[in-house]
Design a protein around this ligand. Structure first.
Ligand SMILES: NC(=O)c1ccc[n+]([C@@H]2O[C@H](COP(=O)([O-])OP(=O)(O)OC[C@H]3O[C@@H](n4cnc5c(N)ncnc54)[C@H](OP(=O)(O)O)[C@@H]3O)[C@@H](O)[C@H]2O)c1
Length: 246
């Protein structure tokens, strides 16, 4: 069976690595991204890598008024999808967000509001289809509020809870909803960060996302050890936690 995969935020480094894995398997892939030239280049790359068919749609995720139309068109083209991955996101400047509410809201719009709109629509389409896997990239940053990135973390917390609720709702409908929780990944989003032993490549994370889309369940921390790091971080008592510099 030829897998039909929809990727939103398709030019993301992590999404690109996922798309390449499916291209190598001869999948049909529909890319959605906000920069036409970048999405077209990604589509051409996937064709060369073995994808059976690649389509591209230009959409700014913040343009929620266009979500329904864009998804309806994509859905119609191949009569639905087996997998969908929602991958777009921005990492706001936390210091700026602390003094600039519009900046905090702008990042929240991209990281949370647009995802609420997309997942609401996609969940209903998958439900109607009665099958499929819907994955969204959230972040362990949403597991606990921290001084260093709570604006980004708050948006990802919203995504994590939204996905968990959809998973619960659709469990009996033949639809798997997956929350992808990558730790530190070396991508353009984190280009300015010093890297260390906890860092993973987009390819490493993409292998886990592919496995999750194919047959996974629930929340997928990637690499796996972040499940245990976050278990500890979530359980540090608040009075101790506020003395840390995390
Ligand atoms: N890197 C990490 O350490 C890490 C850790 C945990 C979670 N994540 C999450 O992983 C996901 C992928 O990020 P990444 O690390 O692969 O970073 P990335 O390569 O910088 O990708 C971010 C993507 O989001 C897209 N995007 C941003 N705003 C958009 C908008 N308004 N409309 C449409 N697309 C938009 C960007 O499009 P353009 O190419 O057009 O700019 C880009 O494709 C994000 O949700 C991120 O929050 C990353």
């Amino acid at each position: 069976m030829t897998i039909r995969l929809l990727i939103i935020g398709a030019t993301s480094a992590i999404a690109t690595a996922v798309a390449r894995r499916y291209a190598a398997r001869g999948a049909r892939i529909h890319l959605v991204g906000r920069r036409a030239a970048a999405v077209d280049a990604a589509a051409a790359d996937l064709r060369v890598r073995g994808a059976a068919e690649v389509k591209a749609t230009v959409l700014d995720a913040n343009d929620t008024a266009r979500h329904e139309g864009a998804l309806a068109q994509a859905w119609q083209a191949w009569g639905g999808f087996d997998h969908a991955l929602v991958a777009h996101g921005v990492l706001p400047d936390q210091a700026q967000c602390e003094v600039d509410a519009p900046a905090a809201l702008a990042s929240f719009d991209t990281n949370a509001r647009s995802v609420v709109s997309l997942l609401t629509d996609l969940a209903n389409r998958f439900e109607q289809q009665g099958s499929g896997a819907l994955a969204v990239i959230s972040s362990p940053a949403g597991d606990r509020g921290r001084a260093s990135n709570y604006v980004y973390g708050a948006a990802k917390a919203a995504v994590t809870v939204l996905a968990a609720g959809l998973r619960h709702r659709l469990a009996e409908e033949g639809v798997r909803v997956l929350t992808i929780l990558p730790g530190f990944v070396d991508t353009p989003m984190t280009a300015s960060f010093a890297k260390g032993p906890l860092w993973a490549s987009p390819e490493r994370v993409a292998a886990d996302i592919e496995r999750a889309l194919d047959k996974g369940f629930g929340s997928v921390y990637t690499p796996w050890f972040w499940r245990w790091i976050m278990l500890i971080i979530r359980h540090v008592p608040e009075r101790l936690f506020i003395r840390t510099k995390l």
